[in-house]
Write a new protein. Structure first.
Ligand SMILES: Nc1ncnc2c1ncn2[C@@H]1O[C@H](COP(=O)(O)OP(=O)(O)O)[C@@H](O)[C@H]1O
Ligand SMILES: N[C@@H](CCC(=O)OP(=O)(O)O)C(=O)O
Length: 386
């Protein structure tokens, strides 16, 4: 295809690099796939995906599963053949179907000696910082226990205004939340094509590209089956979202033999969409979310304002005190004069040297330290407001 896609050697190198690095995967199974093209929940399919996920875990990876299918499973159980329009009926179907779905998954995991857990999330859980951190800790605890979280949107309580709707977006936000290395989106087509293959059977599979390339949106269409929600459009946007925390996305056909193992071990399966390394947004997202701080800096009012209102770097002159024993490059928390956390960032000076230059202009660094390196204690590119 066109030159903005990576093909051949570059693509295989990218796949191998991901497979070598990836320790944590979010696997998403979509409604169109899970419902066996409208014929009810695909029980054999679930058993097979669980087998593959279990195998991936046994190879040392951590796996979180985002599974759709609650509404479809509920409709099946209630004997409904047509998707209802009323939101309350959809929510009722989701309530019936979700328990069936997790029961099926748990049976399959248990048969292999594994354990799964149901996690239902809504918009607030991921946008409210306290709940975000809480969801993150719970998911991390489950992974540490060797449990596979099975995540879905909390369909029975969400209202239209706050609904994710499609699970591609939810899966990408989960990848951000747990800082996954890879997001594997399994669907009912073998990947992203140059056109919807339902419209043009000669459409070509895109092997590898950049997640943030806006031209991907032009070839991605909506969902046509009536089962899935967002089609390729939401998968391409999900890849861009996942890329913000540095995750690569693979979109692949869920019915292809051994697809999970093959995709995660670097074989040329589906479409690989890569994050753009070094992008400031990706770095800031990562900074804001993931770092284990090694110390704390207390700022004066002027410095706090400069960070919050002007997006400035942090200078020594605006720091009033510090705690911790950090090295150059370590993450620290920046606090306002009142003590509230306002930012996190990577320091350019170790704690012992920073103690000597606290409150001082950078013009005095040489005299106080014997050398002068960076003017900023934390450069704004390495600083994320919280
Ligand atoms: N460029 C494209 N390449 C591949 N599939 C596409 C493309 N544009 C639209 N689609 C549609 O996206 C569908 C998959 O998305 P969707 O129905 O939402 O499934 P899921 O429930 O797995 O998320 C395919 O069945 C296909 O018709
Ligand atoms: N949360 C809904 C699924 C939403 C949905 O179908 O999303 P998708 O699989 O991305 O097309 C359910 O479980 O029925």
């Amino acid at each position: 295809m066109t030159e903005w896609l990576l093909e051949g050697e570059q693509a295989s190198e990218a796949r191998a690099a991901l497979a070598g690095r990836a320790q944590r995967w979010v696997v998403k199974i979509g409604s169109a796939l899970l419902t066996n093209n409208g014929r009810g929940v695909d029980r054999d399919g679930i058993a097979e995906w669980v087998r593959q996920i279990h195998q991936l875990r046994e190879s040392g990876a951590e796996v979180l599963l985002v599974s759709s299918g609650a509404v479809a499973a509920g409709m099946d159980r209630l004997g409904w053949t047509r998707r209802p329009d009323s939101i309350h009926q959809l929510q009722a179907a989701a309530a019936v179907g979700q328990s069936l779905l997790v029961q099926l998954y748990e049976e399959c995991f248990r048969a292999l000696g594994g354990t799964s857990a149901q996690v239902l999330l809504d918009h607030d859980d991921l946008s409210n910082r306290r709940r975000y951190l809480n969801a993150r800790s719970t998911l991390r605890a489950l992974l540490q226990l060797g449990v596979v979280p099975i995540i879905n949107e909390n369909d029975t309580v969400v209202t239209d205004e706050i609904r994710f709707g499609d699970n591609d977006t939810l899966a990408a936000l989960v990848a951000n939340l747990v800082e996954a290395d890879g997001l594997l989106i399994l669907t009912d087509t073998p990947g992203l094509f140059s056109e919807d293959p339902r419209d043009n059977p000669d459409a070509q599979l895109v092997s590898c590209g950049r997640a943030c390339d806006p031209r991907l949106a032009a070839i991605a269409g909506g969902s046509r089956s009536g089962l899935g929600r967002g089609g390729m459009q939401t998968k391409v946007s999900a890849a861009a979202l996942a890329a913000r925390s540095g995750a690569s996305t693979i979109i692949a056909g869920g019915t292809e033999a051994d697809v999970i193992r093959r995709a995660c071990s670097g074989e040329a399966v589906g479409t690989l969409l890569l994050p753009e390394a070094g992008r400031a947004t990706a770095r800031k997202r990562w900074l804001a979310g993931q770092l284990q701080p090694r110390g704390e800096l207390r700022l004066d009012a002027g410095a706090a304002r400069a960070l919050l209102e002007a997006g400035s770097s942090l200078l020594a002159v605006g720091i009033t005190s510090l705690e911790g024993d950090f090295q150059r490059g370590d993450p620290v928390i920046c606090r306002s004069p009142e003590g509230g956390e306002i930012a996190r960032g990577l320091v350019n000076y170790p704690a012992d040297e920073l103690r000597r230059i606290l409150g001082q202009p950078s013009s005095r660094f040489e005299e106080l330290l014997g050398y002068r390196d960076d003017d900023e204690v934390i450069h704004r590119d390495n600083l994320a407001l919280v």
